[in-house]
Design a protein around this ligand. Structure first.
Ligand code: NAD
Length: 410
């Protein structure tokens, strides 16, 4: 599965390299990660036993700026998955036009089984293991699946013990510790801005659209909230506990409250369906916002949505992508659709470097500009290469990284 994810990512890089007429040695250089670190993490568990876990940090490319990418705490985390996600970050930061490279990290652990104390000890141990390869001008982690502002605060604190006050070492921090207003909402919000761009080219808007959101964490909840604010109706949501549908519209705030109280959507007052059924539920727009590899050759033809917005990283396999292209389904690809997170991370980092903090309006306006500019660039590439939006995004990202690499020399 993780090996497939890496293979799928490389498939699009190879395709872009072909469209850009890159030499095989140049393509190989672009695909090869700069550094992969694996650390053993031992902590005392609450019951007094020793917990041993493995942490990863893969720094993929830094031709355009410091390595940048989230940290995921999940039992599927392994070297291949982290490498694929790190590579996606390289192309994503290039598509967004923010001055970063790509990295990713994670710990192989069932995060739901850890207490807050165990999560804190594990996070601090991880930073003990990687503090000398991260930093505000070298490699800047951020939140991803099962990590949040609290985890980023522990990272900032642990790193500061070695290197002094350096808020720019990590983004997605709580606002009280130098985080940016609007960062928590940014990935979901950016995905909705991206959707508005696409709909505008189709002469449509969010008003009245029926939406299904798979994954109801940071990205999914904010995408759902912003979609509702624009007049859309959320007809289905899903998390690890299953899918929940309501043709009259899910009360998003009540569902968020339910998760805050109960940990998951289990027991939420709506018709329950399976996690698989939610992906093929009747809707106009499908927002996968959980994990990778969920839209495959087995379910792609049954997807009812005409627009898919990849809040998650890598939710669609290349076979599914082909089916969507054939069926006229518009797929807004991950490396553009969810780049709002790293974009506002960039704003947070800039604010940390200047110790000058912005208002929410400025954050959202600047994010909107980046999403608009990104979309316009993708359309231009699509016209030139007659390709899907995903292929255009890879051509744009790979091309920009290649230019920077070439200018810097070996
Ligand atoms: P999160 O931990 O806040 O939420 C993940 C959600 O997915 C939870 O609701 C969880 O229950 C659900 N989930 C897990 N397994 C599932 C399954 N099998 N079926 C259905 N739902 C399932 O994570 P997040 O930060 O919202 O990240 C979600 C996705 O967005 C990931 O692919 C991540 O890489 C991507 N992403 C996140 C950010 C960010 O800023 N947080 C930025 C870019 C991309």
């Amino acid at each position: 599965m993780s090996a497939d994810f890496l293979e799928n990512t490389q498939y699009y890089v190879d395709k872009a390299a072909k469209a850009l007429d890159l030499r095989p040695d140049v393509t190989k250089q672009l695909k090869t990660p700069h550094r992969e670190v694996r650390v053993e993490l031992n902590i005392t568990m609450d019951d007094g036993s020793i917990g041993t876990f493995i942490g990863f940090r893969v720094q993929h490319d830094d031709a355009r700026g410091p390595f940048k990418g989230g940290l995921r705490y999940h039992h599927h985390v392994d070297s291949e998955e982290v490498t694929a996600l790190a590579s996606l970050m390289t192309w994503k930061t290039a598509v967004a036009g923010v001055p970063y490279g790509g990295a990713k990290g994670g710990i192989a652990v069932d995060a739901r089984k850890l207490s807050a104390g165990e999560t804190q000890r594990l996070t601090r141990r991880f930073i003990d293991g990687i503090h000398d390869i991260i930093g505000a001008t070298t490699d800047i982690p951020a939140p991803d699946v099962n990590t949040n502002g609290q985890v980023m605060a522990w990272i900032f604190d642990q790193y500061s013990k070695y290197h002094g006050y350096q808020p720019g070492v990590v983004t997605g921090k709580p606002v009280s510790l130098g985080g940016s207003i609007g960062r928590e909402a940014a990935t979901g919000r950016g995905a909705i801005y991206a959707t508005e761009e696409l709909l505008a080219t189709l002469g449509e808007s969010m008003e009245g659209k029926k939406i299904v959101v798979q994954g109801f964490g940071n990205v999914g909840t904010w995408a759902a909230r912003d979609a509702v604010a624009l007049g859309a109706k959320i007809v289905g949501i899903a998390d690890i506990s299953g899918g929940y549908v309501n043709p009259e519209g899910i009360d998003v705030e009540a569902a968020i409250q339910h998760v805050a109280t109960n940990g998951t959507l289990e027991g939420y007052a709506a018709e329950k369906v399976s996690g698989e059924a939610i992906l093929v539920h009747d809707c106009d727009i499908l927002i996968p916002a959980a994990l990778g590899g969920v839209l495959t050759k087995d379910n792609a033809a049954d997807v009812k949505a005409k627009v898919i917005v990849e809040g998650a990283n890598g939710p669609t396999t290349p076979e599914a992508d082909e089916i969507f292209a054939k069926n006229g389904v518009h797929v807004i690809p991950d490396i553009y659709a969810n780049c709002g997170g790293v974009t506002v991370s960039y704003f947070e980092w800039s604010q940390n470097m200047q110790h000058f903090y912005w208002e929410l309006e400025r954050v959202n306006n600047e994010l909107r500009k980046v999403m608009k500019r990104g979309y316009a660039s993708l359309v231009e590439v699509q016209k030139k290469h007659s390709c899907t939006m995903r292929e255009a995004a890879f051509i744009l990202g790979v091309g920009r990284v290649k230019d920077a690499t070439e200018m810097r020399g070996l």
